[in-house]
Ligand binder design. Structure first.
Ligand code: GTP
Ligand code: MG
Length: 255
């Protein structure tokens, strides 16, 4: 891990008042010098105000306020743009609800020396999910298998939001042209990364169900995600875009 590497963690929030303070404190306490960008969509529960207080208190915390619930995908993009403008070399995305344990971040960043994108994966050996009902497990597993098969994705967990991107990846992806916004944004991103030739590595994570606050996933999201996969399947038939990307040291196995 480079000493002077600028790392930023992007945390989209909508109604996460019970989680955000603890999360930020845990992120700041990590043994890496991470900056935090919270992207709040005018949460009715006041998460945005709490985030402002945190930003006042801690120099490494910044907040982007948007006018309302504009979706997870555009929240990530707003965070990416800010992180890139601030010079971040590694841009991490994670949920605010502790499903993504901040303790995994140093390993995600370490593995990023070898891969352009690293993912905290539930679907590799030693990875997994706790406290999910059978239905939710099946849904996630099925969605992932569907996306991987139809799109030929190499990553084992294509719907995971716990990722670390190299700056170069985000500079080469036309962020404004990403069509999907909700959860299917994650599939579209990994599809575009793979098409451009960026490499993907995974570390196993145990994904914990949220303990505090409410889930925002809806049935509509599931249909939208299926539509996204079919749309990308058509895009897959078109010629691949070509970009020159940097070669990283080779590593044949995930750690
Ligand atoms: N800014 C912003 N954040 C969002 C939006 N939708 C979800 N989020 C955040 O994105 C992260 C993931 O959302 P969750 O509701 O946890 O979705 P999930 O993890 O798929 O589902 P559960 O864990 O069951 O709640 C959380 O940090 C949410 O607060 C949105 O429209 N805008
Ligand atoms: Mg969650």
């Amino acid at each position: 891990m480079g000493e002077l590497l600028e790392i930023c963690v992007i945390v989209p929030t909508f109604n996460e008042k019970d989680n955000i303070t603890d999360l930020v404190q845990q992120l700041l306490a990590l043994p890496i010098d991470a900056h935090v960008i919270i992207v709040d969509d005018n949460s009715p529960d006041g998460t945005g105000q709490i985030a402002d207080e945190l930003a006042k208190q801690y120099e490494r915390v910044q907040v982007i306020h948007r006018r309302g619930k504009l979706g997870l995908g555009t929240a990530y993009i707003a965070g990416f743009k800010k992180g890139l403008a601030d010079g971040a070399e590694r841009l991490i995305t994670m949920d605010a609800d502790f499903s993504h344990n901040p303790a995994y971040i140093p390993r995600l960043v370490e593995l990023a020396d070898f891969y352009h994108i690293t993912i905290g994966s539930r679907y590799i050996p030693q990875g997994g999910v706790v406290n999910w009902g059978l239905q939710r497990r099946f849904l996630s597993w099925g969605a992932n298998l569907f996306a991987r098969t139809v799109l030929g994705l190499k990553a084992n967990d294509c719907t995971a939001g716990f990722r670390c991107y190299h700056r170069e990846v985000l500079l080469n992806i036309e962020l404004n042209q990403i069509f999907s916004n909700g959860y299917s944004f994650l599939v579209e991103m990994i599809f575009k990364c793979q098409r451009l030739g960026f490499t993907v590595g995974e570390i196993p994570i145990i994904f914990a169900n949220r303990e505090r606050g409410q889930s925002k996933i809806s049935h509509r999201e599931i249909y939208k995600a299926m539509y996204t996969v079919m749309r990308l399947a058509v895009e897959r038939l078109k010629p691949k875009p070509h970009v020159k990307i940097s070669q990283l040291p080779h590593r044949s196995q995930s750690v």
